[in-house]
Design a protein around this ligand. Structure first.
Ligand code: HEC
Length: 135
């Protein structure tokens, strides 16, 4: 949405510039990089994701995602993470992995949203961006 507004503003600015003649049209300050797009890898998302991780995941997965024996598995160098796309990873975080799940290897539950139901989908996407950045 932000991107579209930026594009519209950009087009308007061009139109104004093109028709403007010698009129000094007020320059619309270009809102700059509205990089609200899907892919991770943007520093803002990673920073937001790290602070959410440090709030909701670090207790089991440790600082930097190295994992804690008997608690959360390592998230660095994780085949599981690297094998999923961002949307599937958000989906995984939303439901977690109960001990009854055949995929559970540790006998310890990965709680839905890391046990923090207030995390939004956008929060989870930021966390995924952070996880990508450490993998
Ligand atoms: C209460 C402890 C706990 C918390 C909090 C927690 N996890 Fe987990 N997590 C686990 C456990 C235990 C597993 C491994 C379950 C199993 O045996 O398959 C796991 C597994 C995972 C996996 C899958 C790893 C793999 O290789 O299969 C991911 C990804 C993950 N957690 C991410 C997160 C994120 C992100 C958060 C914060 C939003 C979080 N976890 C919070 C305990 C936790």
């Amino acid at each position: 949405m932000k991107t579209r507004v930026a594009v519209i503003v950009g087009v308007l600015a061009l139109v104004i510039a093109a028709c403007g003649g010698d009129r000094t049209a007020p320059t619309v300050a270009d809102g700059g990089g509205g990089d609200g797009g899907g892919g991770g890898g943007n520093a803002v998302a990673i920073a937001a994701g790290k602070s959410l991780y440090d709030g909701s995941c670090v207790a089991c997965h440790a600082e930097g995602g190295v994992g804690i024996d008997g608690l959360g598995k390592p998230l660095v160098g994780s085949e599981f993470i690297n094998g999923l796309n961002d949307a599937d990873l958000v989906e995984f975080l939303t439901v977690g992995r109960d001990t009854s799940d055949p995929a559970n290897t540790s006998g310890v539950a990965m709680p839905a949203k890391g046990g923090n139901p207030s995390l939004t989908e956008a929060d989870l996407q930021n966390i995924v961006a952070y996880l990508r950045s450490i993998n």
